[in-house]
Design a protein around this ligand. Structure first.
Ligand code: UD1
Length: 346
């Protein structure tokens, strides 16, 4: 059977890595890269680190407004789907590439699997929330990472096509940890805070971004901040200067980023995936958002939502300590479970 895996943004490459390796034992896989993330260190570096085969198709579509970006992706994906006549397609997560892939598959009547289905932030102002909802409703098989995701799908009447298989990022992390250990890559000194920010509501308004960076500048720890191009663009075009405790670096590859997380004292982020990785790596996380789709990480006490407008922000971040208790939330050997499920249902 032939399968098309559609990816485009950095977090999707991370999910594709371990799954692609397992899929190729049972299926003929072709990879389509929409081009949404195109910088060498946002794309090729992650492919190299996770040993993902070079994409069979590269659509070179990035930038523009959401409708335009998604529409252009759909036009190209439709041509490829019609040419390849695959038995099914796989889409990952919640980006515009996910939405484009799942819509094209549905319109052409090609069965599709949505990996990381059932996540909900219940905030429809986030483009990702719309992408998740539409992709879950149009996909044929929903691979959910957590019990909460299964419950969310049930509330929307989607239980019949939902399967609890675990979170594929557990496999990516295991893979990375093995390689890091083998290369003895643990070279970074502990004690710094690791920061990532890229959500439009945190970075697109230069006044807000400047305020966040000022607050981070007040923390007593050194901060390492691998900066997403979206954030970098706003920082540079508005001449925002940061305090000397903040070291801004280019986005790093997957292995280096896991290494940075492993060696950090705390992580401050607005990324969904990094909240989860922090938990998987047992690093306390502070999330600069008003809600999250990864509610288990909050309930466990290892992740906390923080409001940067609060006057006690600096104190809250500095004093945050996770509990001693830690539970495995995301499963194990997930690629294996996913491929077994595909062989059973498709
Ligand atoms: C996208 C996803 C978001 C995901 C994030 C991971 C959507 C709606 N959003 O957000 O869910 O968490 O990826 O990083 O799909 N850019 C570059 N070089 C790159 C990548 C982006 O210069 O390699 C620029 C783009 O041209 C654009 C901006 O950064 O101007 C934002 O990129 P875009 O892909 O539109 O959204 P992200 O913010 O990356």
């Amino acid at each position: 059977m032939k399968v098309l895996s559609i990816v485009g943004a950095r977090p999707q490459f991370v999910k594709l890595g371990p799954l692609s390796r397992e899929i190729r034992k049972s299926f003929d896989e072709k990879i389509i890269h929409t081009g949404q993330h195109f910088d060498e260190n946002m794309s090729k570096l992650i492919f190299d680190d996770l040993n993902i085969p070079k994409p069979d198709y590269y659509c070179d579509i990035h930038g523009g407004k959401h409708g335009e970006q998604t529409g252009r992706m759909m036009v190209e994906l439709e041509k490829i789907f019609l040419k390849e006549k695959s038995d099914f397609a796989i889409v990952f997560g919640d980006t515009n590439s996910t939405l484009a892939g799942s819509l094209v598959a549905a319109k052409l009547g090609i069965k599709s699997v949505h990996v990381e289905a059932g996540l909900r932030s219940f905030n429809r102002a986030m483009p990702e929330e719309i992408n998740r909802i539409v992709s879950d409703h149009t996909s044929d098989y929903l691979f959910a990472p957590t019990k909460t995701a299964i419950e969310n799908l049930g509330k929307e009447g989607l239980s019949d096509k939902a399967f609890l298989v675990g979170d594929i990022m557990m496999d990516s992390i295991e893979y990375a940890k093995r390689l890091i250990l083998a290369k003895n890559k643990n070279s970074v000194s502990k004690g710094f805070y690791l920061v990532t920010l890229h959500r439009p509501y945190n970075v697109d308004n230069p006044v807000k971004l400047r305020m966040i960076l000022q607050k981070l500048g007040k923390l007593e720890h050194k901060i390492i901040f691998p900066m997403h191009p979206r954030t970098k663009n706003i920082l540079v075009s508005n001449n925002i200067i940061v305090n000397s405790n903040i070291e801004i670096i280019e986005p790093v590859g997957y292995l280096d980023f896991i290494d940075l997380q492993l060696n950090s004292k705390k992580i401050i982020t607005d990324s969904g995936g990094i909240q989860k990785e922090a938990y998987m790596l047992k690093v306390p996380c502070l999330t600069l958002r008003s809600e999250t789709e990864w509610v288990e990480t909050i309930e466990s006490g290892w992740n906390r939502l923080v409001d940067v407008n609060n006057s006690d922000f600096v104190k809250t971040v500095s004093n945050f300590q996770p509990p001693d208790k830690y539970f495995e939330l995301f499963g194990k050997n997930v690629a294996d479970a996913m491929v077994n499920k595909m062989l059973e249902i498709i």
